[in-house]
Write a protein that binds this ligand. Structure first.
Ligand SMILES: [Zn+2]
Ligand SMILES: [Zn+2]
Length: 441
């Protein structure tokens, strides 16, 4: 797309705002500058990636990771403050008058073992919920961090081409949906200023040369679901003297899917999944109670409310049918959809379209994952949150054509092809920043 066409397209969706910025970011020239930086920095960025990948740390315990990033950003000339919201850090670079722009990465890994034959695969062991396990970067936050550092360097290398203040933040505990809140509670915006714009990216199934985005909801509402059926235990040979909570749990797991298929608007995204059932100790004992844990996902508050009501009603009905006491049903606070700002989306997507052509993919529906980036938006930062593919394009094309599916986030095999993914991420994030901070040259 030609710059003039981009401006026209974007202007149509931004009639309210005269587009001074349209005065031209030369996308081609900007990409050449980013690529020159990448050519110089790629080796050390990939070394940083390998180091982060080999040493994942769990939520709020990311001390080594944070120290590593702090050192990187300090040596790049950023002013770094550590210990914001626990292990979080903030790196600021002032470069003349202009907008204050935030770029977020996450620090934490997951309590699981990766399945890869990488020479730098994680062998780090940990204890989680009382059990021995490993830690792994199977949500690719290690890649996000490497792109974050790479983008900082790419921006530094072209300081004369933009104005404003960069505020790079690394948040703890994204996986526990707690780190963004912790940083805000530590007065992030009071201390460092409230950003005019915010950007974040997340790796997802897609090709490593693709950026994936959409206006409006980009991620999903999510809440955790806990249900406990209370029965009356007894001998398995004499069920008529019991109230069987295993039976109730089984019926509930099946019946609750009718809430999704019969009560929710079929065109609206909504999911209820039960991921854990716990109850009983032996084959011939009917237990007193059975507990279930699950997740509810949607992309609108109305759908979410409807699903939660339906789940509650189904659990109560199942218990009533068995002549059991009412079940305990609770939903814990989860994530709300990340909502991309319409104007910032139009502006940035136009640059992506121009830079990446048909590899700039507009998603037809939001990503089913949840994210706590929402907290920064709720605090008033207009934001653009986009996806980044990680797989070999041919492999991805085969999966989309119905072939072998690719591993999703949190799979033990969710591991990016490092070099092209890093490059696409740094190019895309740098362009997004230049879109709001670039000076016309
Ligand atoms: Zn994750
Ligand atoms: Zn993640």
């Amino acid at each position: 797309m030609k710059p003039i066409a981009v401006c026209a397209t974007v202007l149509l969706s931004m009639l309210a705002q005269p587009a001074a910025w349209c005065a031209q970011l030369d996308v081609k020239a900007a990409l050449l500058r980013v690529d020159a930086s990448l050519a110089k920095e790629q080796g050390s960025l990939l070394a940083l990636y390998a180091d982060l990948h080999a040493h994942p740390e769990l939520a709020f315990a990311e001390t080594r990771t944070a120290a590593l990033l702090a050192a990187q950003m300090r040596s790049a000339g950023f002013e770094v403050t550590q210990g914001v919201g626990g292990t979080g850090l903030v790196a600021v670079l002032r470069n003349g008058s202009g907008p204050l722009v935030m770029v977020r990465t996450e620090l934490d890994g997951l309590p699981m073992q990766e399945q890869s034959d990488l020479p730098f695969a994680s062998r780090t062991r940990t204890q989680y919920n009382g059990a021995d396990t490993f830690t792994a970067h199977t949500c690719a936050h290690d890649m996000h961090m490497s792109i974050w550092v790479g983008t900082a360097r790419a921006m530094l290398a072209q300081r004369s081409n933009w104005r404003g203040t960069l505020m790079f933040i690394a948040q703890p505990a994204e996986e526990r949906v707690a780190g963004a809140k912790a940083m805000l509670a530590d007065r992030l915006f009071e201390r460092f200023g409230k950003p005019d714009y915010g950007f974040a990216l997340h790796t997802m199934p897609g090709a490593y040369d693709e950026v994936l985005w959409r206006a409006g909801a980009m991620t999903s509402n999510g809440s955790a679901l806990n249900v406990t059926f209370l029965g009356r235990g007894g001998h398995g040979s004499d069920p008529s003297t019991t109230i069987d909570p295993v039976m109730m749990a089984s019926r509930f797991v099946v019946d609750l899917q009718s809430v999704v298929s019969r009560e929710k608007d079929p065109a609206a995204f909504g999911v209820v999944s039960i991921g854990a059932i716990q109850g009983g100790s032996a084959g011939n004992i009917i237990p007193d109670q059975v507990a279930l844990r699950g997740t509810v996902r949607s992309q609108s508050d109305a759908v979410h409310e409807r699903l939660q009501q339906g789940v509650t009603r189904t659990a109560q009905a199942v218990a009533a049918m068995a002549g059991a006491p009412p079940p305990q049903v609770s939903f814990s606070v989860g994530t709300r959809s990340v909502m991309n700002d319409p104007q910032l989306t139009a502006r940035t997507a136009a640059l992506f379209n121009q830079a990446f052509g048909d590899k700039s993919v507009q998603l037809s529906s939001a990503w089913s994952a949840g994210e706590d980036y929402t907290e920064f938006q709720a605090a008033g930062v207009p934001s653009f949150f986009f996806g980044l593919g990680i797989y070999e394009p041919k492999r991805m094309a085969a999966a989309r054509a119905g072939g072998e599916q690719v591993p999703a986030n949190h799979s033990p095999q969710f591991i990016p092809v490092a070099e092209p993914t890093l490059r696409t991420g740094v190019r895309a994030m740098s362009l997004a920043l230049l879109g709001v901070m670039g000076t016309a040259r």
